[in-house]
Design a protein around this ligand. Structure first.
Ligand code: GLC
Length: 425
C-alpha cells in the first residue's frame, strides 16, 4: 500500500473504533475506553481532526474520580466481550469505571492537541485546553499524594495492569508473592478472541484478580490500599511519563495556570526528576524500578528502563551507554525495540509484553532519544515501526524476530502511531 492509502486505512480504523467521541482500542477484545490508549489516539486524531482529538480527552475525563484519579478503563456503554467488567470492580463513580489507573500520557497529549489547535486556528481551543489542563493538574496531584506518600520522587503501581505492560517480566518476582486465590469467579474472555499463547497465563490472571479483590475490599480508598497492597512497585516507566507530562503541563501553565500552579508544577517536576535520576544503574546501562515490598531493584531487562529519556537530560556517558544498549537489543531483530530483549531468559517473542514490539513504546523511546540528541537512532526506530505496520498491518504488537503482526488487529493506538511517526518520515 502507498503511504496515502495507509493513512486512509489508519483514519478508517479510528472511525471504525469510534463509539461516540471516544475510541475503543479494538473491537471485542477491548470494548471500552482505555486511559493511555486514548491519549495516544488523541495525538493521532490531532493530525487530521483536532476537534475529535479534544473529544477523546474530554470523554476520558468523564471517568475522572473526585480524588483526581483518571481510571484505566471507562465503561461508557455495556459490553459482554471483556472480563473483568464493572460488576467485578465495584467502584462508585457516576460513569462506571475500573478502580486502578494507567500511565498519564494525558498531559503530553493535551499539549500536543493544543499545539495542533493553535496551528489550525481553532476558535474554542483556549477554553477546551483550559478545562482539560485543570483535570490533568488534579490527576497529577492524585499521583503524588496517593502513589508517592513517602516522598521518594517515584510513583508506584499497585497492580501490573496500571503499568500498561501487564505481564512484563519486570513484575514476575513481585507478582509471585500475590496469592492465586480469588473471591471473584474468573471468566476470561480474551483467550476467546486471540490465541492463548500470546496472552498472559491463567495463573497470572488469578493474581491480577486477587489484587482487584483486595483493593475493592479497601473501598478503593488510596490510603487503605497503600497499606494493604501485596504488590507495590515504584515504576520508572510510570514516573518518567508523569515527569514528562508534568513538563508539558508546565508549558501549558504559562498560558492557562496561576502563579501557584506554575510553582507547584515546577516542584513536582524537580521531585520526579530527582527520583528518576537515582534509578540509573551504570552496570546495566538503563534505569531500574524498585520493588517496595522486598526493597530490591528490579533488574529484569524491559523497555521500561529506557523510558526515563522522555523526562531526563542524560550526561554524555549515560547517553552513549543507553544508545549502545538499545543497539544491542536491536541486534539480529527484524523489528525493534523488543519489550524484553532476545538475550533474556524471559524472552518470548509472541507473548504480549515479554518480547513483542509495541508501536507506542517505540514512539516514546524515539521521543526520548531525540530529546537527548540521539537523532539517528530515534529515526531508525521510527522508520522501522512505520515499516512494520506497512508490512503487517495495524496489529496490537509485532514479533521482533519476524516482524509478524500479533494480538488484536485494527488497533487504534497502532493507527495513531502510524499517523504521527509516519508524518515525521
Ligand atoms: C492491554 C495492554 C495495555 C493497553 C490495553 C488496551 O491491557 O497491556 O497497555 O492499554 O491492552 O489496549
Amino acid at each position: 500500500m502507498t503511504t496515502l492509502r495507509m493513512e486512509e486505512a489508519a483514519h478508517a480504523i479510528l472511525a471504525r473504533n469510534d463509539r461516540g467521541g471516544y475510541t475503543v482500542p479494538t473491537d471485542r477484545l477491548y470494548p471500552f475506553q482505555w486511559n493511555w490508549d486514548s491519549a495516544f489516539v488523541a495525538m493521532g486524531f490531532a493530525t487530521f481532526d483536532v476537534d475529535r482529538a479534544y473529544r477523546e480527552l474530554e470523554r476520558l475525563v468523564e471517568g475522572q474520580w473526585d480524588d483526581g484519579m483518571i481510571p484505566h478503563i471507562v465503561f461508557h456503554a455495556p459490553s459482554d466481550t471483556y472480563f473483568p467488567g464493572p460488576d467485578v470492580w465495584g467502584t462508585r463513580h457516576r460513569v462506571p469505571t475500573s478502580g486502578i489507573t494507567q500511565p498519564p500520557v494525558f498531559g503530553m497529549a493535551l499539549r500536543h492537541v493544543h499545539e495542533a489547535a493553535l496551528t489550525s486556528g481553532m476558535a474554542d481551543a483556549e477554553a477546551r485546553t483550559k478545562a482539560l489542563f485543570q483535570a490533568a493538574l488534579r490527576s497529577h496531584r492524585w499521583w503524588l499524594d496517593a502513589r508517592d506518600p513517602e516522598g521518594l520522587g517515584l510513583v508506584s503501581i499497585l497492580h501490573p495492569w496500571e503499568s500498561g505492560s501487564d505481564n512484563s517480566p519486570a513484575w514476575d518476582e513481585a507478582l509471585a508473592r500475590v496469592p492465586t486465590t480469588t473471591t471473584t469467579a474468573i471468566r476470561r474472555k480474551d483467550t476467546g478472541h486471540v490465541d492463548a499463547s500470546m496472552r498472559p497465563r491463567d495463573e497470572d490472571y488469578q493474581r491480577f484478580i486477587h489484587l482487584v479483590d483486595v483493593y475493592r475490599d479497601c473501598d478503593w480508598d488510596p490510603k487503605r490500599q497503600w497499606k494493604k497492597a501485596p504488590f507495590k512497585v515504584a515504576d520508572v516507566q510510570m514516573t518518567a511519563i508523569l515527569a514528562r507530562a508534568t513538563a508539558d503541563l508546565t508549558h501549558l501553565a504559562e498560558a492557562f495556570g496561576t502563579e501557584e500552579d506554575r510553582t507547584e508544577l515546577a516542584q513536582m517536576r524537580r521531585r520526579l526528576g530527582d527520583g528518576l535520576a537515582r534509578r540509573w544503574r551504570p552496570h546495566l546501562s538503563r534505569f531500574v524500578s524498585l520493588d517496595l515490598i522486598s526493597g530490591a531493584d528490579i533488574e529484569a531487562p524491559t523497555q521500561a528502563g529506557f523510558i526515563p529519556l522522555v523526562a531526563l537530560t542524560l550526561d554524555d556517558a549515560q547517553r552513549s551507554a543507553v544508545t549502545a544498549e538499545i543497539g544491542r537489543w536491536l541486534d539480529g531483530m527484524a523489528v525493534g525495540v523488543p519489550s524484553t530483549p532476545a538475550f533474556s531468559l524471559a524472552f518470548e517473542p509472541k507473548r504480549y509484553w515479554r518480547g513483542p514490539v509495541w508501536a507506542v513504546i517505540n514512539w516514546l523511546i524515539a521521543d526520548g532519544l531525540r530529546l537527548n540528541g540521539a537523532e539517528d537512532l530515534a529515526r531508525r526506530i521510527e522508520q522501522s515501526t512505520v515499516r512494520a505496520i506497512e508490512n503487517a498491518g495495524f496489529c496490537e504488537y509485532f514479533d521482533p524476530t519476524t516482524g509478524e503482526g500479533l494480538g488484536g488487529d485494527t488497533f487504534s493506538w497502532t493507527a495513531a502511531a502510524y499517523l504521527v511517526l509516519g508524518g515525521r518520515q
